[in-house]
Design a protein around this ligand. Structure first.
Ligand code: ADP
Length: 521
């Protein structure tokens, strides 16, 4: 009888060990262990209780007991000694408790044995086996059960490790997936294994399309700043000493068209034999950085060019007037002084624009809202510009009783000024310039049209960009900074309005802005 036990016990234990390595689902393993233990000890039923994080015990596996009855067994889980000498583990009053439960439920369970599950000297659970009849559990029975309890403890331990590993992996996946930077993981053959959300957005490649492809199929350069191409660079092993990361920068082609400026850091991962197993790449969108660089250099060239001209003129005329060997007749003197005043005004205007642009970048333009009569404003602007040009005929056409709007009169004058001054600047042959007003139920619309050089369709969308200057404007050396329309549009938008352009190259342009009409009180 005893020999029989031993053989079967060994078989069970072997089976359980095999299952243990093949299978990491904790609850199933616990059930297997319990079943085997109960069977080998000829027990009718059994339970495994595990210690929860809060220290209390709860039933995690059962054998031979209907699920609905399990709550009745919870009294067994109290008074479990914690730091008792585990070699002489004993739950006080266990037999009596079982007796009461069995009587209450009408079950014929008389004998109980409880074995501690211990890992690293810590009690992590208890294995119970119940018998309906027969002899009390012997020392030998307890020994058999102890091996199962050990197996169960290992199972719990492995499962907890596995769970922690899974959790760690999930955490890592989440970090990768939601990282604001693009993340790309390649295998040793440069095939894409991980492609996160940020990278999908940057590159236009959905991750399911990118994963499994070769690096070079997805990361394609329209322009590369560094003289480095990943596949050829690593053909003869990692090109940098001590596995230092590689950095490349350039314009990457988006799958959906267009490009994006990125900097990619490739970091290699080697196995113990020094073979390249993975490359982990961090992809950073540097478009804004590039733009900022570009704006800075435009800014400097604009400033140097546009400020220099008036300053040179002012200095030239002033120098001449100052010459001691000459006495100027009043007409020449007046003319020189007029140039000086005009150029000083131009400087002033330029500085104002630069200040506005930087204010706008820092936040919003300050506004002082009042009631504005746009038709009177247009008349005033027209009158001022008429004195500055002979080649252009400036007219104003506003219907009578033009509605008054809420707005900043000084800022709106700045907009009109800019539109009329552009109309003059960009129609060097002269022609008619018209300021027209109209209104709808909810907007007033002002249009400034000219018969000048017009704007090529490709540039029409860009004229409102900061520092944008048309090709012809630059070729024909029309003075300007590319700030006028940018500021005008910002002012109109600050009023809740919109601004647009219609133009036929060679025939003229019409710039319009619409402002919301005053809400009736
Ligand atoms: P700037 O006149 O200082 O260059 P703007 O922002 O006022 O800057 O205008 C941007 C560009 O839009 C100009 O360089 C020019 O190419 C184009 N543009 C503006 N107004 C006109 C116009 N009335 N006719 C033709 N081109 C224009």
């Amino acid at each position: 009888m005893l020999g029989d036990y031993r053989v079967r016990q060994r078989e069970y234990l072997l089976e359980i060990s095999r299952a243990l390595t093949a299978q990491l689902k904790l609850d199933e393993l616990l059930r297997m262990v319990l079943e085997a233990a109960a069977e080998i000890l000829a027990g009718q039923a059994g339970l495994i209780a595990l210690r929860e994080p809060d220290g209390r015990f709860s039933i995690r596996a059962s054998y031979g007991l209907p699920r609905a009855l399990l709550p009745y067994f919870t009294p067994l889980l109290t008074d479990i000694p914690d730091d008792a000498d585990l070699g002489r583990f004993r739950i006080p009053g266990l037999g009596e408790k079982l007796g009461r439960i069995a009587a209450q439920l009408g079950l014929r369970l008389q004998q109980v044995v409880a074995l501690p599950m211990v890992i690293k000297r810590e009690l992590i659970g208890v294995l119970f086996v119940f018998r309906a009849y027969g002899a009390r559990f012997t020392v030998n029975d307890r020994q058999i059960l102890a091996s199962f309890a050990d197996q169960a403890a290992i199972a719990v331990y492995n499962a907890q490790l596995y769970e922690r590993l899974l959790q760690e992996k999930r955490r890592l996946d989440a970090i990768l997936e939601y990282s604001a930077d693009g993340v790309l993981i390649l295998d040793g053959g440069l095939r894409i294994m991980v492609f996160n959300r940020a990278l999908s957005q940057m590159s236009g490649w959905p991750s399911y399309e990118a994963i499994g492809r070769l690096h070079d199929e997805v990361v394609r350069w329209a322009r590369l700043d560094t003289e480095l191409d990943l596949s050829s660079a690593i053909a003869g092993g990692w090109p940098l000493p001590s596995a230092a990361p590689l950095y490349v920068e350039g314009d990457m082609r988006r799958r959906t068209g267009g490009t994006v400026s990125v900097g990619i850091t490739y970091a290699p991962l080697f196995d113990r034999e020094g073979r390249l197993v993975n490359i982990i790449a961090n992809v950073r969108d540097i478009t804004r950085f590039r733009e900022a660089e570009e704006i800075k250099s435009t800014f400097i060239s604009v400033i140097s060019h546009e400020l220099k001209t008036p300053v040179a003129l002012i200095k030239g005329y002033a120098d001449t007037l100052l010459r001691e060997d000459a006495s100027w007749d009043p007409a020449v003197m007046r003319e020189s002084l007029t140039v000086i005043v005009e150029e000083a005004e131009r400087l002033n205007h330029l500085i104002d624009n630069l200040l506005d642009a930087s204010r706008l970048q820092a936040g919003a333009l300050p506004m002082e809202i009042d009631q504005v009569d746009l038709s009177a404003l247009a008349e005033r602007v027209a009158a001022r510009f008429r004195t500055q040009t002979q080649k252009h005929e400036i007219s104003v056409r506003f219907p009578p009783r033009f509605p008054v709007v809420d707005g900043d009169p000084r800022r709106l004058e700045q907009v009109l000024d800019n539109l009329v001054s552009n109309a003059i600047k960009y129609s060097p042959q002269g022609g008619r310039i018209e300021i027209r007003g109209r209104w709808t139920d909810d907007e007033v619309i002002v249009t400034v049209s000219d018969e000048g050089m017009g704007i090529p369709p490709a540039e029409q969308a860009r004229v409102f960009e900061r520092f944008f200057r048309g090709t012809r404007a630059r070729q024909q050396r029309v003075p300007g900074t590319g700030l006028g329309l940018y500021l005008s549009q910002a002012i109109v938008k600050a009023h809740g309005g919109r601004m647009w352009v219609e133009s036929t190259p060679g025939a003229g342009s019409a710039f319009s802005f619409a402002l919301p009409r005053r809400q009736p009180a």
